[in-house]
Design a protein around this ligand. Sequence first.
Ligand code: NDP
Length: 278
Amino acid sequence: MTAIRTTNMPDGSAMPVFGLGTWHMGGNASAFADEVAALRAGLDLGVTLIDTAEMYASGGAERVVAEAIKGRRDETFLVSKVLPTNAAYDKTIAACEASLERLGTDHLDLYLYHWPSGTPFEDTIRAFEDLQQDGKILRWGVSNFDVDEMEAVEEISDACQANQVLYNLMRRGIEHDLVDWCEARSMPIMAYSPLEQGSLLNDTIVREIAEARNATPAQIALAWILRNPSAVVIPKSSKPERIRENLGALDIALSDEELEALDDAFPPPSDKQSLEMI
Ligand code: NDP
């Protein structure tokens, strides 16, 4: 079993730096058992963080997660998200309750606002505060929020605990400002699509670095994100052997030479870029 490093959130509690993504799970009945088995294999390997959302397969992914964590809720750090179409106060409360029902649990460890919408942030944050007061969520955060949106949130509340954003070697825009903004508040960046949904794995440089140190391209791509101690990766796989492989990233510290080669192939941003989303 792997002991997974943690990073602290602004409230002082710990978030594991490696979790399991679930997008595209739960949409196909014939894959259900394999998806449940993959998440259970992850839990058996010591992974506790599971990232899901009401959006994924319209609740289907949450049902996969429910089956996987049956009898093991206590060992799980459960993250789900409210859709922008449910960002109004009443709808957020109802959406959270529906997620809890599908997940077969009475609370979430972290509830995220999936991406910003026209609903005033005050409404959604008030719902988060009431859900927290009722013990239905332990804490809340956001996703796909750029610096200006983080600042707008901070004007309302200082209780945001995480920002989940697109971040991988091919998507480095947030290094210009958002990474520092979050780090200054010890707020974890949860890097989604850390493998660029698989496309990074065919990159020549990533493959060369992997081969030279007897690792795999996925491990190099994840280790690169994990070079930042407050970054969290949530790769998705429905295959237990790949989850085991991905976890190997935690044992890899990339050398200065390797990091330079990756910088040459995937240059860091030289100016502000608008936040990318998948
Ligand atoms: P990832 O970058 O995690 O890539 C997932 C893809 O890579 C799958 O096709 C998977 O296939 C494959 N894969 C995983 N591990 C390996 C490996 N070791 N070797 C080869 N292929 C591999 O993409 P996601 O978009 O799924 O992002 C991860 C998670 O982030 C999501 O599942 C979701 O939970 C979250 N997310 C959040 C968003 C947001 O807006 N907040 C947006 C997008 C994602 P297979 O399953 O067959 O192994």
